[in-house]
Design a protein around this ligand. Structure first.
Ligand code: ADP
Ligand code: MG
Length: 242
């Protein structure tokens, strides 16, 4: 009985949160629709100003949806053995155009085996790392560096996302990852919170080190997955049976 009540309460909170975020998303979309309507009616080329407004609002909606998507479904859906290095290198390639646009050098360094595995939901792990790397790029001024450093220590493997950006003071550092905390004009304050939840759901851990005007290092640690010997034996048995 008691358990049911707790569950219902959890559901209400999540549903309420989803509703308020849906509302947040609807506002910029309504603005976009309105301007598109105006552009349709007025065919003359005074439309330039509308275009930037439209793109701005679309970008805002996109940010909220991107940051919120995983938060709405925090449970791990398809857990599999994922090659960590491959994933990190994919993210580097994916965010390289963004880094170039922001004038930031994005590089990758590792001293782990190519095939090292972690147990993860591939897409959610990607989403979490992308959020951290995007934050690093956004915090770093033109000409600065963001480094993805992958290292193994015993049973854990860590991706350090290290930037030479603006850094955070003690107060800012204590607030990072709390719901809706953002210092950006078009920020959502969801990315870090969502990402920490994803990593913790994978039995991992996230730590932050920062120094104002020097930079920040976000360290994402995950347990190393041992090569599953059982899969071979199951396959062998299958073969024998056939
Ligand atoms: P958002 O990026 O939408 O602001 P996040 O939850 O991703 O939301 O980040 C929250 C805040 O934490 C940011 O607005 C920024 O002030 C701070 N922050 C996050 N990562 C870094 C970083 N690498 N360097 C400095 N500040 C950061
Ligand atoms: Mg962010």
């Amino acid at each position: 009985m008691q358990e049911e009540i707790i569950r219902a309460e959890k559901f209400n909170t999540l549903a309420g949160l989803a509703a308020s975020i849906a509302h947040e998303v609807r506002n910029p979309l309504t603005v976009v629709k309105g301007f598109l309507q105006l552009m349709k009616e007025d065919d003359k080329s005074t439309n330039q100003q509308y275009f930037s407004l439209v793109l701005n609002e679309l970008g805002r909606a996109e940010n909220i949806i991107n940051d919120y998507l995983s938060f709405a479904k925090p449970e791990l859906k398809s857990v599999e053995n994922v090659k960590l290095l491959e994933t990190v290198q994919e993210i580097q390639a994916l965010l390289q155009p963004y880094a170039i646009k922001e004038g930031v050098h994005l590089n990758e360094l590792h001293d782990i085996e190519e095939g090292l595995l972690v147990k993860a939901d591939r897409n959610q792990l990607k989403q979490a790392l992308i959020n951290f790397v995007k934050n690093a790029i956004e915090a770093t001024p033109n000409g600065g560096n963001v480094s993805l450093i992958v290292q193994q220590t015993g049973n854990m493997v860590t991706v350090h996302i290290s930037d030479t950006g603006k850094g955070m003071n003690k107060e800012e550092l204590s607030r990072i990852g709390s719901l809706f905390y953002t210092t950006k004009d078009k920020g959502t304050g969801l990315g870090t919170m969502v990402s920490i939840r994803i990593i913790e759901a994978m039995a991992g851990m996230v730590t932050f080190k920062s120094k104002e005007l020097v930079g920040t290092t976000v360290s994402v640690s995950l347990p190393v997955q041992k090569e599953p010997a059982t899969i071979h034996s199951i396959n062998d048995k299958k073969k024998e049976a056939m």
